[in-house]
Structure formats: structure tokens, C-alpha cells
Design a protein around this ligand. Structure first.
Ligand SMILES: [Zn+2]
Length: 630
């Protein structure tokens, strides 16, 4: 670092900032040190990056900027260039907030420190590293002339957000911030409050890829901004338009069946297909246009459809891979297209619609069922039990729903339940089947339930307690109370799976069949809860709530029956293999029946082979023979 005189230090603090924009500064000074050789060298501002950077220059009057952007497009680079500009041209205290402290550390180490090392104009702008020097740590860097500092923090850290006054608040990935920083309240408000002393020259940047509609901070900030989308001209007809993914019928990406890599862009005006190699020409001539020009807050929105690093073919290819599951499709929409995800779980399937699709079952246990489980919900004055048949790919049939009245601290209700658990259920093939595994809710009357399950453990009658939050449906090992095992089950995951499945419209994988005769009340209970999102360590987590007074026993019973299926998975059941073997058994039986004439009275019972040994700690469950036969 070059030594400088005291008069120079004084001058730097007094003189107004140089008349240079952030993009000019970056083009003249910034040196890139990316991993790939192509990304190293002098920074060159791309046309869609210029405006978002230049509104951050001191010469622009705005105090707040909104960047709604796909991943790996401009967000981080704009923030890095702005940091370099601040350190070199217009120093002041900076607070850079990432969702988690680890993210803030990674940004400081992997992106900011290399930029300061590689860019000659930034050398010596950070106080030199001395051992144990609080002036230069990963999360706190004092600018060399004493005119400011850069502090990195996670949005969950109230102490990080309650720092000294700050002039620049760079809030990155705001959609992944927690609802509250500790108990201190909204992390965005906390950071913004710190800028109060710099009312006339502060800059607040809110940047994020979007998440879920209605829960997105960047969506809210965008609505208050002037809403600038990036319009590019069609090379065929000249019409300016915002590139959208489309649905294959109108404007947007189109590709020949099975050949996503050949994707072209269909113009909204002339309908011509634009080949990928003309994208660079279009983006070069693009311009931002504001939909809400009266707002003083510049807001910019960009998707990867204009990315110079990713072809339209790659986007189409990624879409085909992502659309296989809601989670990957959400990630694709959020990070590639920079679109909000509309959370489909939040509106459960309508109870009336489910009632209307009730169907007659041809037998007590319809043909597709290969395995039966049960779930029991415990209330003070009754037990509610559902018996569920499972087939290939977890297609399910509700075989029975029983409300067993009676004081649950007395024996009658339990005797009644025992009868249902031991009963035979007749398969369409004539084969009698039994319930293979049962989960009983022990969250309410645990001693009573444990007394019942303790003696039936070997028959896979398990006491279970629902645990909210993100956890596996079936735990790796049981919990215990007075030596009696019970299982903590991930009810949120079970509910999410059920609510997804209730939306499946035609029989097949995951479809839920209900018999004619089930009352509307049953379906109302099944769909009683709604999914909300709360934040945990900066990441959204679903939370299930039901309206006050709404009953949900049918939903609980179904979840316990589903947990019982997962208990079988945990002990080695492969449902597809089981379904194949069951089908063979049914076919063999039908063949024999044809040969043998009339049905014999006594049938082999499709029942799990009773365990031969109990070690008193873990349940012994046969690895094979899910219905008692080879
Ligand atoms: Zn056109």
C-alpha cells in the first residue's frame, strides 16, 4: 500500500465525490477473478446492468433501489461493483445483509476479498490485516481512510442489525430473510432504521430472487417501485417486448417435441421464431421501461431468458427436468425465470369436489389394494379410525372410517377398536386381508394409549405423536415413556403429501379413492387445514393451521394411517415389489379357483407372519412376508 500524507487524508474526507457513475467506475477499474478463464479480466458492464448500477451513483436522487432478478444474472455483481465504488469514490458506513451469517461470510471471503485484491483501484482501501485486528475481519472491514466500514451480517442476527448508523444498506436475498431477527422484529426494518441519520445521501438496495406469491418481500418492494422491465427488439419485426417463457402456444420459448436444446423464441408481434444466436443482438439493443413511472424508487426485473451465459435451449431443457416435481418447478420459476411461485398447498382441494368424486367400490377391499394400514385419532369421548388400502405408487383407497364412541379411559372403546384391528377385510379376489400396521395418536391420553399399544407392539400397533416442522414422516428410532416405545411422526410432511394427492384428478400414482356414502363432514375434516409459511433460520417452512372450531380428526386419522405405511418402509417394505408379489398371489389364487371349482370355505389369511422374537427394545418386523405368504 502506498503511504499517503495527512493532507491527502483530509482532502478525501472533505472533497465531494468524483463525478463518475458506478458503471463507469466498474468499467474503468473492476478486475474479475472468476474461476473460469472466460470470467477473468476487465469488467464490462452489460446493457441491462448499466441502469441498475447508475441509479446507485451519488448523482442520482433515489434513496432506494429494488432488484428483482433471476440467479446469476446481475444481483451480486451490481452489489460488488457498488461496494468497490463506495470504497474508492464515496466512502461511508455499509451494512451488507445476507439471509444467514454463513452466507455473509461466504460472500465476504469468496467474492468481496478477491475483488479488493484483484482491482488496483481498491488496493489499500481496506485497513491492512494485522493479527487479532478488529479493523479487518471477515465480517467487518474498516475502510483505510477511516471514512467508513463494511459490515456483513446475517438477517437472523439482531446484534448485527443493531449496529452504528449506516449510510448504505445492501439487503441481499430478502425473500429468504426470517420474519423476525431474533425477537427484535423485521430485519429489513431494523436495517433501514439504521440509515435515518443519512437521510440525504443514503442508498438502500433490496435485492432477491423471488419466492412464493403473497410471502415475497421483493414482490412488495416491487409494487412500490417504478417497475422497470427489460424490453428487447425482435430482429424480424423490430417490436420491443419483455421475454417470457410462455406455454408453447403464444409468445415465448418453442421447441420441437423432445428437442428442447433447439428452443427458439416466438415473437409476440410477428409470431416469427427467433433463433438463439440472435439473442445477443436483441439484448444489446434492449432498454428498461417503467410501468409505474411516478414512483421515486427505481425497480428492475430480469429473468435468465436474457442471460448471455445460458441459451434458450438450456432454459427449456432445465424446465423439462424441473417440472417433474413441485419443489424443482418452484426453484426453476424462482431462480431461472425470476417468477413468483403460487403455493398450491394453500388452497386445499374443495370438500364438495372430493365428495362428488366418491365411487362405488367393487369389494370391501378393491382390486388395486395390496396392503392395509390404519390410523386412529384419540379424543376424550371417542376414537376415530380410518382403514386405508395401499396400492402401487401409493394410490390409496379409504376402506373404512369408524367413529367409536365411549370414554377413552374405559375399556369399551378399546375393545371395539381391537375388534376392528383384528378383523378380516375381503379383497376383490376373495382373499381375506388384515391390517398390517396401525398408528394410534398418543398426544392426548398417552398413558391409556401406551397401555393398549404395549401389548400389541409385535402386531405393529404403534403409539405415535405428531411433530410439527420439517422432519421425516417416520423417525429412525422410537422415543420411550416408562420403557414403552412410541414414535414421533412428521405430520407436516404427511399433510403436504396428502394435500398434493387430493389434487390428483385421475386414478393412478398417488390418487385417493373414496367410497360412495362417505358424508360431506368427512371431506370437510380432511381438508380443514391450510398451509402457511413461517421462517426458520431465514428459510420458509410450512406451518399448518385450521380455522377455530373446525374439526380435523379425519385428517389426523389419514396421516396416522400414512405414517403406518412409512413404518413398514422403515422396516424394509418395498411397495412396488410387494404389489408385484401380491398380484402374483391373487392371479395364482384365481387360476387355482378356476381349476378347483367352487370356493373352499376356509381361506388362507393374508396376514403378516407373527414375529418369532421380540428383543424388548426395537420392534422385530419380518423383512418379507407382508401378507403372511411367500
Ligand atoms: Zn417480431
Amino acid at each position: 500500500m502506498q503511504p499517503f500524507s495527512m493532507s491527502e487524508v483530509g482532502a478525501a474526507a472533505v472533497l465531494p465525490p468524483r463525478e463518475i457513475s458506478v458503471s463507469q467506475w466498474a468499467d474503468e477499474n473492476r478486475v474479475l477473478t472468476g474461476g473460469a478463464a472466460a470470467e477473468r479480466g476487465q469488467w464490462h458492464t452489460r446493457p441491462y446492468q448499466r441502469e441498475p448500477m447508475d441509479v446507485l451513483s451519488p448523482g442520482h436522487s433515489c434513496r432506494q433501489v429494488v432488484l428483482w432478478s433471476a440467479a446469476q444474472l446481475m444481483k451480486t455483481e451490481v452489489l460488488l461493483n457498488f461496494l468497490g465504488f463506495i470504497a474508492d469514490v464515496d466512502p461511508g458506513p455499509v451494512l451488507l445483509v445476507e439471509p444467514r451469517t454463513e452466507d455473509a461470510k461466504a460472500l465476504s471471503k469468496d467474492r468481496v476479498a478477491p475483488m479488493f485484491r484483484a482491482t488496483p483501484a481498491l488496493r489499500g482501501k481496506i485497513a491492512p490485516v494485522k493479527s487479532r485486528d478488529s479493523n479487518n475481519t471477515t465480517l467487518h472491514k474498516v475502510l483505510a481512510n477511516g471514512a467508513g466500514h463494511i459490515t456483513f451480517t446475517g438477517a437472523i442476527s439482531p446484534s448485527g442489525l443493531a449496529m452504528r448508523p449506516i449510510r448504505y444498506a445492501l439487503l441481499d436475498e430478502v425473500d429468504r430473510y426470517p420474519a423476525s431477527a431474533g425477537s427484535e422484529g423485521d430485519p429489513v426494518s431494523l436495517a433501514v432504521q439504521r440509515t435515518a441519520e443519512f437521510a440525504h445521501n443514503k442508498k438502500i438496495v433490496m435485492a432477491s430472487t423471488p419466492t412464493t406469491k403473497g410471502l415475497s418481500r421483493i414482490e412488495l418492494a416491487w409494487h412500490e417501485s417504478d417497475q422497470r422491465d427489460y424490453f428487447v427488439p425482435c430482429p424480424k419485426c423490430g417490436e420491443y417486448q419483455v421475454l417470457t417463457f410462455g406455454d408453447g402456444t403464444g409468445p415465448g420459448l418453442v421447441w420441437p417435441e423432445g428437442k428442447p436444446e433447439e428452443a427458439k423464441y416466438r415473437c409476440a408481434a410477428c409470431q416469427e421464431s427467433i433463433p438463439h444466436h440472435q439473442k445477443a443482438w436483441m439484448v444489446e439493443r434492449g432498454e428498461y421501461r417503467a410501468a409505474n413511472p411516478s414512483s421515486p424508487i427505481p425497480g428492475f426485473r430480469l429473468s435468465q431468458l436474457i442471460s448471455p451465459k445460458k441459451s434458450w435451449g438450456e432454459v427449456a431443457f432445465e424446465f423439462l427436468a424441473a417440472k417433474k416435481s413441485p419443489e424443482t418447478l418452484k426453484a426453476f420459476l424462482n431462480t431461472v425465470l425470476a417468477e413468483l411461485w403460487e403455493d398450491t398447498y394453500e388452497v386445499p382441494t374443495d370438500a364438495h369436489a372430493l365428495l362428488n368424486r366418491s365411487e362405488p367400490f367393487e369389494a370391501e377391499v378393491p382390486e388395486g389394494v395390496a396392503l392395509i394400514t390404519a390410523g386412529v385419532d384419540v379424543q376424550a369421548d371417542r376414537l376415530e379410525m380410518e382403514i386405508v388400502g395401499w396400492g402401487r405408487d401409493e394410490e390409496s383407497w379409504s376402506i373404512g372410517y369408524h367413529v367409536i364412541p365411549g370414554d377413552v379411559t374405559r375399556n369399551e372403546a378399546w375393545d371395539h377398536l381391537e375388534g376392528l384391528l383384528n378383523a378380516q377385510y375381503l379383497h376383490a379376489s376373495g382373499l381375506p386381508m388384515r391390517i398390517v400396521a396401525t398408528c394410534i395418536d398418543c398426544g392426548f391420553k398417552d398413558a391409556t394409549v401406551l397401555r393398549f399399544t404395549r401389548d400389541r407392539y409385535n402386531r405393529r400397533v404403534y403409539a405415535t405423536k405428531g411433530r410439527a416442522g420439517e422432519s421425516a414422516i417416520w423417525p429412525r428410532r422410537p422415543s420411550r415413556k416408562n420403557q414403552t416405545p412410541f414414535f414421533m411422526i412428521g405430520v407436516d410432511a404427511a399433510k403436504a403429501a396428502l394435500y398434493d394427492r387430493l389434487k390428483i384428478g385421475k386414478p393412478g400414482p398417488g390418487y385417493c379413492h373414496f367410497p360412495i356414502g362417505r358424508e360431506l363432514e368427512y371431506f370437510e375434516q380432511l381438508t380443514a387445514e391450510k398451509k402457511f409459511t413461517r421462517y426458520h433460520n431465514g428459510f420458509p417452512k410450512p406451518e399448518w393451521r385450521k380455522p377455530a372450531n373446525a374439526r380435523n380428526e379425519a385428517l389426523d386419522a389419514r396421516n396416522y394411517a400414512y405414517a403406518a405405511l412409512h413404518a413398514l418402509y422403515a422396516s424394509g417394505l418395498k411397495l412396488a415389489v410387494h404389489c408385484d408379489r401380491f398380484k402374483q398371489m391373487v392371479e395364482a389364487r384365481r387360476g387355482k379357483k378356476q381349476a378347483a371349482g367352487p370356493e373352499p370355505v376356509q381361506q388362507p389369511v393374508a396376514d403378516p407372519r407373527p414375529p418369532s422374537r421380540v428383543d424388548g427394545r426395537e420392534p422385530w418386523i419380518p423383512r418379507r412376508n407382508w401378507f403372511g405368504r411367500d
